[in-house]
Design a protein around this ligand. Sequence first.
Ligand code: HMG
Ligand code: MG
Length: 300
Amino acid sequence: NYPAKVQIIEVSPRDGLQNEKQTVPTKIKFELIEGLINAGVNKLEATSFVSPKWVPQMGDNSELMQLINQSRRPEVCYSVLTPNLRGFENALVLKPDEVVIFGSASETFSQKNINCSIDESIERFAPVAEAAKAAGIKVRGVISCTVGCPYEGEIAPSQVAYVTKRLVEIGAEHIGIADTIGVGTPIKVQNALKAAMQYIDVKDISGHFHDTYGQALANILTSLSLGVAQYDTSVAGLGGCPYAKGATGNVATEDVVYMLHGMGIETGIDLNKLIYVGQQISDFLGRANGSRTAKALLAK
Ligand code: HMG
Ligand code: MG
């Protein structure tokens, strides 16, 4: 019993590019976003309002949002990451539709990624969530390392339950369950999701799976069977977190769309147009296309 329709949350402009060493011009990011929207994407993570010292590639966050605002598409939900009030205030003037507060189920990863403990992160997120609500902006919480951590190894579902509970308490309307380093396998992912489902309805949960061990589609399939109908994906499989050594890209949007359409599940995305966009950004970055579906269809 799978959902009839899936919401794709395209994360390539943010997760896909944040780890890129070469500077990607703002205009190229904008063209990527426009291409994705023209292929049918209607929800995306545009950028993050984090410290440019920590993540230089996202240092053009305001410029990119200004460019987007010149031809903003009303049907599209533009999300941005805001780890603290400073980031939120910088983002607010640019009117994102949604802000993402991003915590971790692993203490060590929380320290490495956002420089504070899990409990401290909740204290930093609370005023962000409050201010966002006051401004009529949606608040999504994302939890990293929900099955495994590059520093601590396996993560207990009780940790996922705890962080979900805290994020929901401070006002997150949605929870993303992330396998940051792609180590998860289906039963472990189910356990993480079930832990979150103690505190939030499955309709407000999304899955964010990196494909490091080739498990992402299996993890999506198992999540679909639990009723999860929203997934973060990245065109051409771009991505990785700078604070998760060895983590490769997110699951490729093309591969997810191919699987879902093959199962009769709607996404609203035009696969051929999407493949073109994925190949364009791969060419720009000088990388092999990380989508198996794109490679197969382009070779035809
Ligand atoms: P901090 O150093 O603890 O913050 O950083 P601070 O408040 O002590 O400030 C230190 C300096 O940063 C100050 O500047 C602040 O002004 C500045 P200075 O006085 O040294 O010149 N600062 C900021 N500048 C711009 N925007 C801000 C901001 N905040 C402070 N928002 C902070 C805390 C969170 C900012 C930092 O640790 C950081 O930026 N970390 C990067 C986190 C990140 O972007 N990680 C990657 C995204 S998460 C991810 O990829 C996982 C995900 O995909 C899901 C998954 O796969 O698991 C979502
Ligand atoms: Mg990620």
